[in-house]
Ligand binder design. Structure first.
Ligand SMILES: Cc1cc2nc3c(=O)[nH]c(=O)nc-3n(C[C@H](O)[C@H](O)[C@H](O)COP(=O)(O)O)c2cc1C
Length: 181
């Protein structure tokens, strides 16, 4: 459903809130309408690359030490393997990487075909041309409904010139900067 559809079906007034029922159109519309950065979480296990896409990553969870978190589906088949990489490479995708996003989220495909990657000795795997990078170690896991919240200790960071890829309402909108003053 588009946000225009949300306006028509549920109203735009805060006085007409709907109960947050699991899998309801209302909850889907609000979660889908929450703007998010797109990241790839990648690592090597036994010499093979593993990776997945997430929009649930949050940074600034802690500044001292630097920490991030993301939420992974409990039925993910990739995460139980990927988490065995010593470190997880988090690449914040850039605007030119929408195709890489779809490929790394695909179920039955070679997720890394044609992608330009950089592996570290620690087991993390990064995508070149991303807008920034974080080399992460899993710090903890917290159950959260049908997902698990994974906390990361960030060991190394890098920042490229690219503009981050955003995800909103099933699309990739372009970022437009406006200055505060
Ligand atoms: C835009 C987008 C955002 C996603 N965000 C998440 C996420 O935050 N957490 C998650 O577990 N899966 C997320 N996924 C799904 C995974 O990237 C991937 O499709 C899924 O893990 C594939 O299933 P598998 O883990 O069984 O291989 C997202 C997919 C897309 C396309």
């Amino acid at each position: 459903m588009t946000l225009a559809g949300l306006d028509r079906r549920f109203g735009t007034d805060v006085a007409v809130l709907a109960p947050a029922i699991s899998h309801s159109d209302q909850v889907r519309a609000v979660f889908g309408g929450f703007p998010a950065a797109v990241v790839a979480l990648c690592g090597t296990v036994g010499g093979a690359p593993y990776g997945m896409i997430a929009t649930s990553l949050a940074v600034g969870v802690s500044f001292d030490p630097p920490m991030a978190l993301f939420s992974v589906r409990n039925d993910s088949s990739t995460w139980p393997v990927l988490k065995r990489a010593g470190r997880i490479g988090v690449s914040v995708l850039s605007e030119g990487q929408a195709v890489a996003c779809r490929q790394l989220a695909a179920k039955d495909a070679d997720r890394f075909a044609g992608l330009d990657t950089h592996a570290t000795l620690h087991g993390s795997l990064f995508l070149r041309d991303a807008s920034s990078w974080m080399d992460c170690e899993i710090a903890g896991e917290l159950p959260a409904g049908d997902h698990t919240v994974v906390t990361f200790r960030i060991h190394q960071v890098g920042h490229g010139p690219g503009t981050p890829l955003l995800y909103h309402d099933g699309r990739f909108p372009r970022m437009r900067h406006e200055h505060l003053s």
